[in-house]
Design a protein around this ligand. Structure first.
Ligand code: HEC
Ligand code: HEC
Ligand code: HEC
Ligand code: HEC
Ligand code: HEC
Ligand code: HEC
Length: 363
């Protein structure tokens, strides 16, 4: 379980024991997890475990009994501000900032009654869904029950309606914490994201020309072992700079070495070829950039009989309060959120396409 343990050590739950989430105090769950746990250890040793291990894993304790042991969902969470720095794959590795105010809980203003993101786990709300694929990446059918009034609304993806046979065989799942927070302690990041973090942290020198471009080139190839990846990162980065910027091999030798070490570190924390573990095997459902996450349902295609849609309005879940390059930032506040500006010219295609349509395979 090297991938799980490595990612776990870098997570906000690194001080929470594995068994707090994977084995509960109830006797029934304990027995079940212990048995499947033993089987997994055995299977890893004898090489029988499916690679990657299939998720969702059935032996996880229900979220209501684990997460809610420590977190209190009815609690009011202040709107958290997420300041995200991304870098473009251009010559100067231009920094692009987005400051989002996340609408985690209800807005405590007298205006309207919008509940915010944690509305889905409100005691008066029940959301159920059917996924047409095992890993829950596709959700063509959603049912919302207002437990106070008994009112029911069914939303169907108008492009991908389930057949009668699918309705008969596929399970209905009640939405809980794990349907959004599915990677609370094992988050394998896409290269574009962990490279951005390493540049911001100074572990990959921002001043090296083309540094993100090179990283994307090298890290978006498939390697069969970690050792071959480590070697390829070194060889290809060296080759790139000797071909494109031969003078830098002398003047920026240290920076190039540092960039290589940074990329190797990022790779070894997020890719585990032996177990076939990487971000595409375990997509994170919070957000909507590289994979659809929230946009599995919030994509303007899920419609009810009366014509209601599950909205993709850019101000539903967050307010953009700042965006732009370091030299040219648009700044506002949560009362006047900014209209999203895409960092590079794409003919406003983000309005009609989902972000992941391009961002899943951008490099
Ligand atoms: C904060 C809760 C939490 C903690 C702590 C935690 N896990 Fe997990 N783990 C999860 C969740 C949630 C999943 C994904 C469930 C899903 O998608 O069905 C998961 C999935 C897994 C998987 C399946 C493969 C994968 O990567 O998704 C393994 C194996 C695993 N955990 C092992 C561990 C080990 C070993 C530890 C301790 C080092 C640990 N977990 C600690 C919540 C946790
Ligand atoms: C044993 C207690 C415990 C359990 C069980 C637990 N958490 Fe946490 N969780 C914490 C603590 C403590 C923090 C704060 C860590 C910090 O701020 O460094 C945290 C932080 C978080 C955060 C905020 C992370 C961030 O980046 O700010 C989320 C989201 C979260 N937990 C979700 C979950 C989910 C979902 C589960 C169930 C799968 C879960 N937690 C189970 C103790 C727990
Ligand atoms: C509809 C998706 C969804 C569901 C369901 C959900 N969450 Fe969240 N939660 C989010 C998002 C999105 C955020 C904001 C995260 C961010 O951008 O940092 C968040 C934030 C949090 C935080 C951090 C709050 C803060 O401001 O520090 C905790 C803790 C948390 N959730 C726990 C839970 C628990 C426990 C459950 C289940 C009872 C749950 N969530 C269910 C989407 C969800
Ligand atoms: C399984 C489908 C599903 C998923 C996945 C999902 N949602 Fe929702 N969400 C809904 C439905 C259904 C509604 C209610 C639509 C309506 O009645 O207008 C809703 C409503 C909301 C609302 C408005 C709540 C209010 O104030 O009334 C917010 C905010 C929201 N979702 C955020 C998120 C975020 C953030 C994520 C991803 C982390 C997410 N949702 C994932 C189904 C989903
Ligand atoms: C259903 C809720 C929801 C809707 C609708 C939504 N977002 Fe988001 N968005 C999120 C969540 C959740 C995140 C992840 C925040 C985090 O990383 O903690 C996010 C992240 C982002 C980011 C930062 C991405 C990154 O990592 O670089 C941008 C930019 C963004 N959203 C723009 C948009 C735009 C533009 C729209 C409208 C087309 C939109 N969002 C609609 C929930 C939503
Ligand atoms: C038509 C394809 C396309 C669509 C659709 C699209 N993007 Fe992009 N996006 C790009 C390209 C190309 C770049 C430039 C990549 C680079 O230079 O590294 C980019 C870069 C970005 C960046 C900065 C670099 C990074 O990786 O974070 C952000 C932030 C971003 N896009 C947000 C979004 C959001 C949010 C959406 C959906 C609302 C979206 N994009 C939809 C093509 C697209």
């Amino acid at each position: 379980m090297k991938p799980e343990y490595t990612a776990y050590q870098n997570s906000p739950h690194s001080r929470v024991k594995c068994v707090e989430c994977h084995v509960g105090s109830g006797a029934g769950w304990y027995v079940r997890s212990k048995i499947t746990g033993l089987y997994q250890v055995y299977a890893v040793i004898t090489g029988q475990v499916p690679r990657p291990i299939l998720t969702p894993i059935e032996s996880l304790r229900p979220a209501m009994e684990t997460c809610e042991h420590c977190h209190w969902p009815e609690k009011f969470y202040d709107r958290k501000q997420r300041n995200i720095i991304s870098y473009l794959a251009d010559e100067t590795t231009t920094a692009w900032n987005v400051h989002l105010q996340m609408k985690t809980s209800a807005s405590n203003s007298a205006l309207g009654n919008a509940q915010g993101i944690h509305w889905h786990i409100n005691k008066d709300v029940k959301i159920e869904y059917i996924s047409s694929v095992r890993n829950r990446e596709k959700i063509p059918w959603v049912k919302y029950t207002n437990l106070k009034t008994g009112e029911v609304t069914i939303f169907e993806d108008k492009d991908e309606k389930l057949t009668a046979a699918q309705h008969d065989t596929l399970a209905i799942r009640k939405m809980d914490c794990i349907d959004c927070h599915n990677r609370p302690s094992h988050n394998y990041q896409a290269p574009q994201n962990f490279i951005d973090e390493l540049i911001t942290a100074g572990k990959i020198p921002h001043e090296l020309p083309d540094v993100k471009l090179v990283a994307m080139d090298v890290l978006n190839q498939d390697y069969s072992t970690s050792d071959s990846a480590m070697m390829a990162i070194k060889t290809q980065v060296d080759e790139y700079y000797s071909a494109m910027y031969p003078e830098l091999l002398e003047t920026s030798k240290k920076e190039i070495e540092k960039a290589i070490a940074g990329m190797q570190e990022g790779y070894s924390q997020n890719f585990f070829p032996k177990m076939k573990v990487k971000w595409t095997a375990y997509p994170n459902h919070i957000g909507h950039m590289e994979t659809n996450g929230c946009f599995r349902c919030h994509n303007d295609r899920h419609t009810s009989a009366s014509g209601k849609v599950i909205s993709r309005d850019c101000n539903l879940c967050h307010s953009i309060v700042a965006q732009g390059t370091n030299d040219e930032m648009q700044i506002s506040n949560s009362f006047n959120p900014l209209e999203f500006k895409h960092p590079v010219e794409i003919n406003e295609e983000w309005r009609t396409k989902l972000c992941a349509d391009c961002h899943y395979k951008l490099y």
